[in-house]
Design a protein around this ligand. Structure first.
Ligand code: M6R
Length: 614
């Protein structure tokens, strides 16, 4: 989840590297660093700092290094604290080999011990530094760059993408990839290297996504590509245009707030754009109409918020399209027994399309012979390249680490897809399909209007109160239970207040012991005639223990409204879309609590937007 950015070319590298790192800072912001080749003596110059790019920029005021070959890094710490000594670049003993790295070297302990015995001096706690020292030994032994790189990759275990800068080979960078993403952009007499092509969007549209288990020697006008067996591979640059406009907060205090308010449009775009493309839907998903008609089982994988969207969507696929749906946490799936089922399809849900756990899960499912699809926001992502079909969600760039508009776009896209499958299976009429699209558009309006209705109350009356809570409990039932999980995740991530989501009826099986007069309990209602009275009974159990009850209720649900200490009422929608209608208000509620606490809303501590390590 670190980012790697490099440059070899006709221009000085620093400006590009810093801009690229800034664009990719969503991948980590624990520390930053820059290294370049000194044009006078080919030595490697470098500087690094704790924290984000802004701190690194201050270093340049007193140490304005630059060179025609340069590379940089922002870090999301895995091995060792977020300190300057652990910041990349790292070096060998003689500072002739420098590395910036994204990923994890799983066997670094053994390698480090072996290298220390040989006399190598380590300066950091990182796994990355091991690679520099190991390469120092191998280069001495092999006396040939290519065979040293080959020996190196055969000794490293894990998932990684790194760039090596070598004082003895001052006109090139070595780029190595195993499972973690990295790409090379070709300009006029210049090459760009980056973990994500967003870093060089607008500078070139010629892109080489380094194939898995490959390494490349990159000079200003050539790329020599080899696989991990040393076999030379042809180099093809694809033409991919990724529009880049600097993300602006549009007058909002935080990206998160801007993104909360973009949700109405995002849902509209998701419906309209997918509808406009609907004749190609099955082709885009790599499925035949017959396969869709026979579809019996969906296995969905995702992490965090995307997993919650999948849990909500499970109700769509099962009740609308009559497709049994299993939802797995991507990080757990690979370690469970796999049961092959006929007429089944695997779906990965991901905003970024780069989440390592989700990628590994989908690779696992593919190895087991499943047809794999991705429902993603970033269509230039690894997940789209590695699956057999994809459905875009049209949320646009999501900058804030906390996922907001991607969640609502995922839920909307999956609701739409469930109806398309149902239509293909002849379970619903075209009229019902059109009605479903309309329902989404109505919900999009409600999502925004409920924020407007309650925002002043939340800011003035509630944020301060809930910010003092020791912890907060969220409750839901049926489709609102995964939504309670999502609310709890948002609150933990942004406010650092502990929160948990429970199915409301489960409280009495244990968690009710947590409830007392200091604990706010927030309940998300449902529009199901059978479940609603049961949910009210659960709310009564909580009130009887003296809890402060906050209800997100639907209009007219008087029993719940009268029971609660604080009520937000939501207009009636299709019962399955209740969570989507509540999404904006729930996010705004969490946003204001976190803002009151002075948290760094867009970049919560210890996190990164794109989680590219397992
Ligand atoms: O990019 P992805 O959707 O695959 O990311 C999955 C999670 O890391 C992500 O949803 C995370 O849980 C969010 N930061 C939560 O707000």
């Amino acid at each position: 989840m670190c980012s790697v950015v490099g440059y070899v070319g006709k221009n000085l590298s620093r400006a590009f590297v810093i801009e690229g790192l800034t664009r990719l800072e969503y991948r980590g912001y624990d520390s930053a660093g820059f290294a370049c080749i000194h044009s006078a003596d080919n030595s490697i110059m470098y500087t690094k700092s704790q924290g984000g790019i802004s701190n690194l920029l201050r270093n340049f005021e007193t140490f304005p290094i630059d060179g025609y070959v340069g590379m940089g890094h922002t870090r999301w710490s895995t091995h060792g604290a977020a300190s300057v000594e652990n910041a990349h670049p790292h070096f060998d003993c003689n500072k002739k080999i420098s590395i910036v790295h994204n990923g994890i070297i799983e066997n670094f302990h053994e390698l480090k011990k072996m290298l220390q015995k040989q006399g190598h001096q380590f300066k950091s706690q990182t796994d990355t530094e091991t690679v520099a020292h190991l390469f120092e030994s191998l280069l001495k032994e092999h006396k040939n760059l290519k065979s040293a790189v080959l020996a190196l990759v055969n000794l490293l275990e894990g998932a990684y993408a790194f760039t090596l800068m070598l004082a003895d080979y001052p006109s090139l960078l070595v780029v190595v990839r195993k499972r973690s993403p990295v790409c090379i952009g070709k300009g006029e007499d210049e090459m760009f290297i980056a973990s994500d092509l967003l870093a060089f969007a607008g500078k070139t549209n010629k892109v080489l996504f380094l194939p898995d288990e490959c390494y490349a020697f990159v000079t200003r006008n050539s790329v020599e590509l080899n696989d991990f067996n040393g076999v030379s591979l042809p180099v093809y640059f694809q033409v991919i245009t990724v529009p880049w406009t600097a993300d602006l907060k549009g007058g909002h205090e935080h990206f998160m707030l801007k993104e909360i308010y973009e949700q109405k449009k995002v849902i509209q775009d998701t419906v309209h754009n997918n509808k406009a493309d609907e004749n190609y839907l099955w082709k885009k998903l790599g499925l035949t109409r017959l396969q869709v008609q026979d579809l019996q089982v969906l296995k969905i994988v995702g992490c965090g918020t995307s997993w919650h969207a999948a849990r909500v969507a499970q109700f769509f696929f099962e009740s609308i399209a009559n497709v049994r749906t299993e939802v797995f946490l991507a990080s757990e799936l690979r370690y469970q027994p796999f049961f092959k089922e006929t007429n089944s399809v695997a779906v990965a849900i991901s905003q970024s399309g780069e989440t390592a756990d989700t990628l590994e899960a989908i690779r696992f499912l593919r190895q087991h012979g499943m047809h794999t699809l991705a429902v993603v926001n970033v269509v230039s992502s690894t997940m789209v390249r590695e699956t057999q079909g994809y459905l875009p969600i049209y949320a646009g760039p999501e900058v804030s680490v906390a996922s907001t508009k991607a969640f609502s776009a995922q839920v909307a896209a999956l609701y739409w897809l469930a109806h398309k499958i149902a239509f293909e299976k002849e379970l619903i009429t075209e009229r019902a399909l059109n009605a479903a699209e309309n329902e989404l558009l109505v919900v999009a309006e409600i999502l925004e209007s409920t924020i407007e209705k309650y925002k002043n109350d939340i800011i003035k009356k509630h944020a301060e109160r809930y910010a003092q809570a020791p912890y907060i409990i969220f409750l839901g039932r049926h489709v609102s239970y995964p939504f309670a999980l999502e609310a709890a995740l948002k609150l933990k991530e942004l406010s650092y207040i502990f929160a948990e989501g429970f199915p409301a009826a489960e409280l009495k099986h244990g968690p009710l012991a947590l409830v007392d007069t200091n604990v706010p309990v927030i309940i998300f209602s449902v529009l199901d005639p059978v479940l609603y009275p049961k949910l009210v009974a659960n709310a009564q159990e909580v009130k009887a223990r003296g809890a402060h009850l906050v209800a997100f209720a639907f209009e007219g649900q008087q029993e719940l409204i009268q029971l609660a200490d604080v009520v937000f009422t939501i207009p009636h929608v299709n019962p399955l879309l209740g969570p989507l209608a509540m999404t904006g208000l729930m996010q705004f509620f969490v946003y204001e609590i976190s803002r009151f606490l002075g948290r760094p809303i867009d970049k919560p501590r210890n996190l990164a937007k794109s989680v590219t390590v397992e």
